[in-house]
Design a protein around this ligand. Structure first.
Ligand SMILES: [Mn+2]
Length: 327
């Protein structure tokens, strides 16, 4: 990754460039967004064919990327510039004309290719069904993968309206691929899903009982095991007061601080190898949800940076922090 001072010069230079009209995540200068050198690949998957209430999540990736153009690239919590990892934004995956099973296959192939090139892939939905494709690719590359699922819904139906690759079945499909899945923020499920969860011994950490205590976080880490973790964040895990722009908003959700506390803890204790943010269905003229989603993605990238910079894999800034010479 790029060292801090060089990234700082580039970021400050880009700020002064009124003509900067790059369409990538973060409106990053070329040096920070080249595919070859970037550690992170942003993959927009504009797909919402199986949406059951309000469609529009196909517009989610574009809204997140546009919001990210107005986001500060300095992270005050980390006192760092997460973009120095390098963030490349791919063009939108062309899946709009396909049924969900084919979309999942195309997603899997694309993500597999990116993993082969050593990228951390951040997929932007689109509906939650995309996660079947990303997790398939990740499970092949990381056999001991676990999945952290932040979602208001259990998504444990075997089929919905006759469709097995429906957004309402997203985690049932993921559970067929990966044994260790931890669900946080659940507050909406059918009686059939509740019975399935009970009979399979699936623990659903309900939003109403989530306090973010050390004990609860410890339990989540236990459920995930010690291997690499994939994070899937359905934005409806947030309370609609934070994120009203989703296909199926549910009252009683988590706050920004609760979600980032979970991500910070998991990123500190486990290796997060990939993530997605799904189900943002932008509401025209209402930007708060889009901005939150963009910042959430950048936060996750920041936590990955902190782990990689802190692990000694990368140099100058980590050493400088250890030496305490920076103030
Ligand atoms: Mn959901």
């Amino acid at each position: 990754m790029m060292d801090f001072d060089k990234a700082k010069a580039l970021v400050m230079g880009a700020e002064d460039d009124a003509d900067l009209a790059l369409r990538n995540f973060g409106a990053l200068p070329r040096e920070l967004s080249d595919l070859e050198t970037a550690r992170v690949a942003i993959l927009p998957i504009p797909y919402d064919l199986t949406a059951s209430y309000r469609s529009g999540s196909r517009m989610g990736p574009r809204a997140i990327i546009e919001a990210s153009h107005n986001m500060e690239l300095y992270d005050e919590e980390l006192d760092d510039i997460p973009a120095r990892l390098g963030i490349h934004t791919l063009s939108e995956l062309e899946v709009g004309g396909y049924g969900p099973e084919r979309m999942v296959e195309i997603t899997e192939e694309t993500v597999s290719g990116l993993l082969g090139a050593g990228k951390i892939v951040c997929s932007l939905g689109g509906e939650h069904t995309i996660t079947s494709g990303t997790v398939r690719a990740y499970a092949k590359a990381f056999p001991d993968l676990s999945v952290l699922c932040l979602d208001a819904h259990a998504d444990l139906r075997d089929a919905y309206q006759g469709v097995r690759y429906s957004h309402a079945c997203a985690m049932r499909r993921v559970r067929e691929i990966v044994g260790r899945v931890s669900h946080i923020g659940v507050r909406s499920l059918s009686v059939g899903e509740a019975e399935h969860a009970k009979s399979e011994g699936i623990v659903l950490h309900e939003a109403a009982s989530w306090t973010g205590s050390g004990e609860q976080l410890e339990r989540i880490l236990e459920e995930l095991g010690s291997g690499p973790v994939y994070v899937t964040c359905d934005l409806d895990v947030f309370d609609p007061a934070y994120v009203p722009s989703t296909g199926t908003p549910e009252p009683g959700g988590l706050s920004w601080n609760e979600v980032t506390d979970i991500l910070r803890e998991v990123a500190a204790e486990r290796e997060i190898v990939g993530f997605d943010a799904v189900e943002l269905a932008p509401i025209s003229g209402f930007a708060a949800s889009d901005f939150l989603a963009a910042k959430l993605v950048y936060k996750m990238i920041g936590y990955v940076l902190r782990r990689e910079a802190g692990s000694g894999k990368e140099g100058p800034r980590a050493r400088r922090k250890a030496g305490g010479s920076r103030s």
